[in-house]
Design a protein. Sequence first.
Length: 273
Amino acid sequence: MSTAGSPPDTIVLIHGFWVTPRSWEHWAARYEEKGYRVLAPAYPGFEVEVEALNADPGPIEAVTVPEIIAKLEGIVGDLDRPPILIGHSAGGVFTQILLDHGFGAAGVAINSAPTEGVKRVPLSQVRATFPVLKNPANRHRAVGFTPEQWHYAFANTFSEEESRALYDRYHIPASGPIFWGSALANIHPGPDDNHVDYDNDDRAPLLFISGTDDHLMPPSIQRSNAKHYKSATITEVKEYPGPHLLPAAPGWEEVADDALEWALEHAGRPSPV
């Protein structure tokens, strides 16, 4: 990437688990209307529709974090200038990893999963992730939510009817191998796939956005993740009313606009002295 000093003209939206790039459809359209080039890449093997992945979850079972990061870095690295990176849930982790690796002009992590070393495990998260972690056999397969589990984990502020519509439109199984690996990262020796350097002074500015009603990745996780960064870089946290599926919740327009405004204000800003 080059054109140092030029404002970002591209926004890269990074999806999380249990969903695909389709979950960014409203944000992508809004940013495109503002004149930005918007990329919402799928994980390797996920370049099909939601319905196809539900019918055949093989690509979900096969994908790995290094493959995801390599694909994202290849896309971002081919751009003429550093973009704004916005990730949701696991996509928030991948956003942090890309920033740590020197990519992006600024990053926004929305209801982010924790990076390695963040050990807070709120009770609501235990309940939300129990469908995956209750069975060790899930370490080797894709694991989906039932509509009821989805409602608790992703859409608890919606009515059951609204939650079911979102489930039908967005939901796919998640990678058991990746999820179990993330859950065990803090007891493995050495760095794991979700490792970042919290002392990296060259990292671009990062904003954590948290939904106050998020059961899956509650606000305490976002605050703890932010506090782990000890470098002289800009790291901030903002909270908005809403569930884990904040990009589709009422008021998402304000969140999307604020995220963009923050990223543009801080893009390329040097570390504070």
